[in-house]
Design a protein around this ligand. Structure first.
Ligand SMILES: C[S@@+](CC[C@H](N)C(=O)[O-])C[C@H]1O[C@@H](n2cnc3c(N)ncnc32)[C@H](O)[C@@H]1O
Length: 281
């Protein structure tokens, strides 16, 4: 039935290795009471790995709980009412009309019209990676924060068990827990495009549902001060790097080769020399 498999075991090993040196979890705890056996295993190992997680659940600003809808974050930071956040695979699957899903102006122009293998090197909540997956692209997600890595791993396991994924033989995104600056260099498979969406300061506090997810990430991981370093690392291993930026933000590195606009954001595209002329369609 719901037994932990080799994917979970290798995930845990990676998580432990990567985060012995790089752990920063503010006041979090876990509650396994509603968790499935595989979720319990993930959560149990998660607690063992990080001493700071062993606090009292009722005192924690962030509680990770197992639910039938997947691992969920209960965030009590600075609000009277706690917020429940999770990667909503059920809704994602419900929204799929056809497979592969249609391509989107801006987003897919930035990835490159011939690109099939994408590394999403800033995984976050996996929204962009799921969009790529729905379009039939082969996606590897890299995420350095262990909690986000845990949520992504659980979400992709649930995605792989859906009828939609089975029926359409969907390539489920692989999740790698680690810092992309180093992880990208050790990846065997060549990607057609590395996609980056580093953190940027929220301009205004929003009430839209999507914003609470970004507010949580701001609280959990803070600003990505090494985004320029990440872009340099990506350009060393891939001929095409697409960087998502808010409309008002300046490029991470001056003079992108091309840029594409979308709703409220744009994508700066950097190409290494051997990829010219630019694939700009
Ligand atoms: C703005 S969020 C990405 C949101 C994502 N595109 C989505 O659709 O949900 C940025 C994420 O990238 C991660 N990140 C930033 N720099 C990273 C790096 N060098 N390696 C791995 N993950 C990184 C952060 O921990 C954070 O979770």
């Amino acid at each position: 039935m719901d037994q932990p498999g080799s994917a979970e075991v290798s995930f845990l090993r990676r998580m432990i290795e990567n985060n012995q040196k790089n752990s920063s979890l503010p006041n979090c705890a876990v509650d396994t009471s509603g968790a499935s056996p595989s979720q319990s295993l993930l959560l149990g190992q998660f607690v063992e790995t990080y001493e700071q997680l062993q606090g009292q659940p009722e005192a924690a600003a962030c509680l990770v709980i197992g639910t039938p809808e997947g691992l969920q974050v209960e965030w009590r930071h600075g609000t009277a009412k706690s917020l429940h956040l999770h990667i909503d695979i059920k809704s994602f699957v419900r929204m799929q009309r056809s497979f592969p899903a249609p391509r989107q102006t801006g987003f897919n122009q930035a990835l490159g019209r011939r690109s099939r293998r994408i590394v999403d090197a800033t995984g976050g909540w996996g929204t962009d990676a799921l969009r790529m997956c729905a379009q039939g692209l082969d996606v590897t997600i890299i995420e350095r924060h262990p909690l986000m890595g845990l949520l992504l791993t659980d979400a992709m396991q649930r995605l792989s068990a859906t009828d939609w994924a089975e029926r359409n033989r969907v390539a489920i995104p692989r999740v790698v827990i680690g810092d992309s600056i180093t992880t990208l260099q050790s990846m065997e498979a060549q990607a057609d495009c590395v996609y980056l969406d580093p953190m940027y300061p929220l301009r205004r506090k929003g009430t839209a549902a999507v914003n609470k997810y970004m507010q949580f990430l701001q609280w959990l991981v803070g600003p990505d001060g090494d985004a320029a370093q990440l872009l340099t690392a990506a350009l060393q291993v891939c001929k095409r790097v697409a960087v998502k930026r808010p409309d008002a933000a300046s490029p991470i590195q001056a003079n992108p080769d091309t840029a594409f606009s979308s709703k409220l954001v744009h994508y700066d595209v950097y190409l290494t020399r051997d990829n010219s002329p630019p694939d700009s369609q």
